[in-house]
Design a protein around this ligand. Structure first.
Ligand SMILES: C[S@@+](CC[C@H](N)C(=O)[O-])C[C@H]1O[C@@H](n2cnc3c(N)ncnc32)[C@H](O)[C@@H]1O
Length: 229
């Protein structure tokens, strides 16, 4: 019997720059002059906010094929659904967000910030496509981030999807990739992590689980750092 959030599809929820900073332990001033790719960026305001602070960020997501109005309808509905669904679950710690209402404010702030920027910047910053393929050149970015797509949905995306996605992300990234969280919605470390580490087709990559001090979904105080050996 599942204890955590049960989702039959990937939801359209967005985080803010501040949440990304905590998830990935980002040194934002240190990212100046570096090319950052946010994979599965969705309705996060990370790209919009980071660009306003002078960073160079490209956002990639399957939903960027859609007009802003359609994205808005879908993310508003998903936010209602998830805010209600997690209210009584024991799989979250509320130290940071304090209540579902405050959490909802973060998510609304993120998706409104995203929508405004998406309408203004369009495909200059928001590139549509679907993992496990990326429409970018080899080494086009210095840092790639993936928040809330890989590992956490390990019941919806199989091992091969994860393997191919990691390979593709590392093809376009000359520095490192960070993927968060490393647990699934049941708060268990994803079963795909050890398979990735042991996979001979990924022997040129180094995997490190890095502890952070941010935890909302229980056990989500780690991100996965991937680098070339
Ligand atoms: C939970 S949201 C996370 C958004 C953002 N990274 C954040 O943390 O705020 C997951 C995102 O993954 C996107 N997605 C799902 N499958 C995808 C795929 N195969 N390729 C690219 N994006 C995908 C969805 O459209 C959605 O925007």
């Amino acid at each position: 019997m599942k204890q955590g959030l049960v989702l039959d599809k990937v939801v359209l929820l967005g985080r803010t720059l501040d949440e990304y900073r905590r998830y990935f332990a980002l040194d934002l001033p240190g990212l100046r002059g570096r090319r950052v790719l946010d994979v599965a960026s969705g309705v996060s305001s990370f790209c919009a906010e980071a660009r306003r602070s002078g960073l160079q960020v490209t956002a990639f997501d399957a939903i960027y094929e859609l007009p802003a109005e359609e994205i808005e309808c879908r993310c508003a509905a998903d936010l209602n659904h998830v805010t209600d669904a997690i209210r009584d679950l024991q799989t979250y710690r509320w130290d940071f967000y304090e209540s579902p209402e405050k959490l909802r404010r973060f998510r609304e702030q993120a998706y409104r910030g995203f929508l405004e920027d998406y309408r203004r910047m369009g495909r200059t910053c928001y590139v549509p496509g679907r993992l496990p393929e990326l429409p970018f050149r080899d080494d086009e970015f210095d840092l790639a981030l993936v928040s809330y797509l890989l590992f956490v949905y390990d019941d919806q995306f199989n091992y091969e999807f994860h393997r191919r996605s990691v390979l593709e992300i590392m093809r376009v990234t000359s520095g490192e990739a960070r993927m968060y969280p490393t647990v699934n919605f049941e708060t268990h470390r994803s079963r795909w992590l050890d398979r990735l580490r042991e996979d001979r087709t990924l022997a040129h990559l180094e995997f490190e689980e890095v502890r952070t001090d941010f935890e909302f979904l229980i056990n989500s105080n780690f991100y996965l750092r991937v680098r070339r050996r």
